[in-house]
Design a protein around this ligand. Structure first.
Ligand code: HEM
Length: 84
C-alpha cells in the first residue's frame, strides 16, 4: 500500500544514514539502492535527495523511465503540494 509523506519527511532523507528520497510530481521515490545503477550517476541523485526533483527530472527523462523504474522505487506520495 502506498504511504503518504510530507515534504518534511522527504527532506530528512538525503544522506547515507537515512537513505536518499526524492519527489517527482506527487510521488516519493527511494533511490538509495538505485544510486549505482543510475545512468546519470549517483552524484546528481544525491544532490536532489530530500527535494522535489520534478523540474530537473523532466529535463533529462520521459514518462518511459517512470514506467520502467517507477514501481520499483516508489515508496509513497506527498500529502501536500510539493514545493521544496
Ligand atoms: C526516480 C528517479 C530517477 C530515475 C528512475 C532515473 C533514471 C534514469 C535513466 C533510466 C536514465 C537513462 C536515460 C533514459 O533511459 O532516459 C537516466 C539518465 C539521466 N538522469 Fe536520471 N533518473 C532519476 C532521477 C534523476 C534526477 C533527479 C536527475 C537530476 C537532474 C537525473 C539526471 C539524469 C541525467 C543527467 C541523465 C542523463 C545521463 C546521460 O545521458 O549521460 N536523474 N536516469
Amino acid at each position: 500500500m502506498s504511504k503518504t509523506y510530507t515534504t518534511a519527511d522527504v527532506a530528512q532523507h538525503k544522506d547515507e544514514s537515512n537513505g536518499y528520497w526524492l519527489i517527482v510530481e506527487n510521488d516519493v521515490y527511494d533511490v538509495s539502492k538505485f544510486l549505482d545503477d543510475h545512468p546519470g550517476g549517483a552524484k546528481i541523485l544525491k544532490r536532489f535527495a530530500g527535494k522535489n526533483a520534478t523540474k530537473s527530472f523532466w529535463k533529462y527523462h520521459n514518462e518511459s523511465v517512470l514506467k520502467k523504474y517507477g514501481a520499483k522505487l516508489k515508496i509513497g506520495e506527498v500529502g501536500e503540494s510539493a514545493k521544496l
